[in-house]
Structures are given as C-alpha cells and as structure tokens.
Design a protein around this ligand. Structure first.
Ligand code: FAD
Length: 296
C-alpha cells in the first residue's frame, strides 16, 4: 500500500504545522495551567478550514479527505492535544452526526454554521453511570404532541459550556434497548438545558469537559436527528468514523513528546557531553521514532 502523501497533503501538513507553531505554541502552558478553553482561537481555526475539515464545501466545509483530517489532527496535537481534541470532537462527533444523519433542513440550519466555524458543536452520549455501556443511559425523551421533553444529565461532554449546537442522546422507548435511543439537536439557551460542573482534568486541560443538565428541556420534533430509535445505532456509526481522528491525535501527541525529548537529549549535558551521545539514550529515541512512524 502506498502511504506517501500527495503534494497537496504535504502542503496541508506544512500550513497546519506553521499555524500551530505560531498561534498555539506560545500559549500552550498558560492555557493548560488556567484550564482555559481558547475560544479566541476558533475563528483562526475556522479560517484554515479546520472547523469543517471533511464536510462538503456547499455546506460550509473544506471538502477534505479522511487522510487530510488525520494530518490536521496530528499537527494540532503535536503542539497541543487539547486543541486537537476540541477540533476532533467538533468535527468528528457533534457536526459529523448531523452531516451523516441529518435531513436537508437540519444540515442547512445547523451544519453550515458548524462547518464554517461560526458555531461550536458538542455531542453528549456519556453519563455518570453509562460510559462504555452507553445504552444503559438514563436521560429520557418523552413525546408531548409535536415536541419532546428531555430529562437527565450527561457527563464528560466536550464543549458542554461553550457549544452552540449539541447532539444529545436520550432514551425514547426503554423497552426497545439499543433501538430505543433517539438523538436530538439542541441549541445553547434552550430553556431547561444548562452546563453543570466543569471537570478539573489531569491532561488536555485546555479542552473543556463538563456535565450537562436537562430539566424539562423541550425540543421541537424537527430537532429529532436520524429517526426515532436510531440514536444509539447512529452514535456507534459516528464513533466508528471519529476514532481514526483520535488515533491521529495520539500519533501527533507522541510526535510532540518525542521531539521534546530529543531536544532535551541534545542540549542536556552530563559527564561533559550531551546525553544524546550516550548509546542507551540514542536507542530509546530511535525506538520511539520507529514506533511513532509505524503508528502513523
Ligand atoms: C477528555 C474526555 C472527553 C470526552 N468527551 C466526550 C464527549 O464529548 N461526549 C461523550 O459522550 N463522551 C465523552 N467522553 C467520555 C468517553 O467517551 C468515556 O470516557 C468512555 O465512553 C469510557 O467511559 P468511562 O470513562 O465511564 O469508562 P468505563 O466504561 O467505566 O470503563 C473503565 C475501564 O473499563 C474498561 N471496560 C469497560 N467495559 C469493558 C468490557 N466489556 N471489557 C473489557 N474492559 C472494559 C474500559 O476499557 C476502561 O478501561 C470524554 C471522555 C474524556 C476523558
């Protein structure tokens, strides 16, 4: 299999790398220490097409490929995995769910602002008692005439505080198990929807992760996404496509750590020479570089 990049992809890697070095590297430590989610960076990411990487140009996206998507996430994560995580969650979860399963009206109303970076997406599946076993969720959606009423809470929602558009999974028919979960598109400011506690994380602290609380939160039937009872099956399909982005993010994170270690080994001196001259240190660096290249 030929895994070499096209000329356009080499150029894409260079421009995202240059962007991350210029706009992100000077702030990484401050953002991390303050747990500051850099909303001020979002218009700059959007200008580069990074808020709608794979969505069609007619829907506000950059119309790039899955490999291009991986290149972008790898380069962002090389400098700041937290920003890469936010870009991945926006593109690969919230916006992707609408792109994959939304009807035309939903795509025009919600996806265009997301893909062009005028709005920020969140995607809420996980709850306190349902992580890997996501279908055990308790949040409920009850039909009431032409609307639905959502009640419950979500955990670990990326952009739970700042998202403009949120895709929320809820049980609409408990007797139907995996076929009894539906997805809904919610907007920030909807009565009954609020962000809960923000997580104080150990890593990726500049990516905002929080609880969501839904109390008698009413949404119109037109905000049901992908059909009644399809929410869980569709969520798994969204995750299938999104995982490649998290893998690319991990390669970028490893690359950044490797480069930091290599720089340190070249500049740190012991016994009168840079520690990079010692065979055992060189072995470790070579092994790391080999494993990262294999992962890529
Ligand atoms: C930074 C961050 C951002 C996130 N963003 C979002 C988001 O935007 N939206 C969202 O919905 N969720 C989000 N999540 C939640 C994430 O998807 C969950 O953490 C994940 O689903 C795992 O759930 P859990 O953490 O409750 O772990 P658990 O399900 O409690 O699992 C704990 C451990 O047990 C293992 N395990 C579980 N079941 C099995 C099994 N059957 N066999 C073997 N091992 C098993 C797991 O692999 C894991 O190692 C985020 C999480 C983090 C950390």
């Amino acid at each position: 299999m030929d895994l070499s990049l096209t000329d356009e992809q080499v150029l894409l890697r260079e421009s995202v790398r240059e962007f991350a070095e210029r706009e992100m590297r000077p702030h990484v430590r401050a953002w991390d220490e303050a747990q500051h989610f850099p909303v001020e960076l979002l218009p700059k990411l959007a200008a580069l097409g990074l808020m709608g990487i794979q969505f069609p140009e007619e829907l506000g996206g950059a119309g790039l490929s899955a490999v291009d998507y991986c290149i972008c996430l790898e380069e962002l994560a090389r400098i700041d995995p937290a920003v890469a995580l936010s870009v991945a969650a926006h593109n690969g979860l919230g916006a992707a769910h609408i792109a994959m399963f939304g009807n035309e009206a939903q795509k025009r109303r919600f996806l265009i602002p997301l893909a062009s970076g005028r709005a920020l997406a969140a995607w809420a599946l996980t709850e306190a008692a349902s992580g890997s076993d996501a279908v055990a969720m308790r949040t409920s959606a009850t039909r009431d005439g032409t609307s639905w009423v959502l009640n419950g809470s979500k955990q670990f929602t990326t952009h739970g505080l700042h998202a403009d558009t949120l895709v929320v999974m809820a049980v609409s028919d408990r007797s139907r198990g995996t076929r009894g979960v539906s997805a809904f598109i919610l907007e920030r400011g909807t009565p009954g929807l609020r962000a809960g506690r923000k997580e104080d994380k150990l890593g990726m602290r500049a990516s905002e992760t929080s609880e969501l609380v839904l109390e008698q939160c009413r949404v119109d039937d037109g905000q049901l996404l992908g059909g009644e009872g399809q929410g869980f099956v569709n969520a798994l399909q969204v995750l299938d496509a999104g995982r490649i982005g998290i893998a690319a993010l991990s390669v970028g994170l490893a690359q950044g750590a490797y480069e930091a270690a290599r720089t340190h080994a070249r500049t740190r001196e012991q016994f009168g020479q840079p520690i990079a001259r010692f065979q055992s240190i060189r072995d470790k660096l070579v092994e790391d570089a080999r494993r990262i290249e294999a992962a890529r």
